[in-house]
Design a protein around this ligand. Structure first.
Ligand code: ADP
Ligand code: MG
Length: 242
């Protein structure tokens, strides 16, 4: 149930966004991927879940049961919470016809409870706050009991308290599902609270790998610049990249 990525390369418009990247995530581990906007973080997640094809490289995910929590909750606006969450169970062929309406109601209720919500099955996404939308998208991600969960900036745009709530759920999901997880994030609190290990991307390469504690030591120019959010440092930020 580990993830192995070897020599992954992906180019867009003749620019190598990922240039021979290798890393792995051990079973049950949470890996954070950090780096400035445009450094290729989302591209890695999209390749892992099959939305994008790499130019070259080896992706080894032992069982393709992957859930993605997208940056912008990516709920269906025209579906209520119940339908949003049960969608995967009603549409995916391995689940089709497996559950009665009553089963689905139980499953949806339980998955909402896991993220601290209840009684909102009939609500539509626009009736929910940003933090609640993110929690519904977490609930949707876990409903199929995935072995892998990929989170794309799960706390982006949330205030610190709402971020803490989401971080707690990421930890809880790890403990309850034992899923192997990757969290793409900019947020220091998410990195330090949720991850076992961190990799930092810049210019197509991994410029740091280590634990959150090692990242916080800031003992290389990249970690120093990232942690202090400084404009000065080895990482140049293109004006058109954010
Ligand atoms: N489908 C695409 N076509 C062309 N360029 C893309 C595409 N997807 C991403 N890019 C470019 O690749 C770079 C990395 O994007 P992305 O992985 O979304 O970065 P991040 O998630 O780290 O902010 C950016 O410069 C982006 O513009
Ligand atoms: Mg992104």
């Amino acid at each position: 149930m580990s993830i192995k990525v070897e020599h992954l390369t992906k180019e867009f418009d003749n620019r190598k966004v990922l240039d021979n990247i290798s890393f792995n995530v051990e079973e049950g581990e949470v890996l954070s991927i950090v780096g400035f906007s445009g450094s290729g973080k989302s591209t890695i997640l999209k390749i892992l879940c099959g939305l994008l094809k790499p130019d070259s490289g080896i992706i080894d995910i032992s069982d393709g049961d992957i859930a993605m929590v997208f940056q912008y909750s990516a709920l269906f606006d025209s579906l209520n919470v119940f339908d949003n969450i049960s969608f995967a169970l009603q549409e995916r062929k391995e689940f089709k016809g497996k559950y009665t309406k009553q089963d689905l109601q139980e499953i949806v209720k339980k998955s909402l409870n896991t993220v601290g919500l209840s009684g909102i099955e009939e609500k539509f996404p626009h009736e929910l706050s940003g933090g609640m939308q993110k929690r519904v998208s977490l609930a949707r991600a876990i409903v199929t009991k995935p072995k892998y969960i990929l989170y794309d900036e799960p706390t982006a745009g949330l205030d610190p308290v709402a971020s803490t709530v989401i971080e707690d759920y990421i930890l809880r999901l790890r403990d309850e599902t034992k899923a192997t997880s990757i969290v793409v994030t900019h947020q220091m609190s998410t990195i330090t609270r949720c991850s076992d290990r961190v990799i930092m991307l810049y210019d197509g390469h991994i410029v740091f790998r280590g634990t959150p504690q090692e990242l916080l030591k800031q003992d290389n120019p990249y970690t120093r610049q990232f942690v202090s959010a400084s404009i000065e440092g080895p990482m140049k930020i293109a004006a058109d990249s954010f």
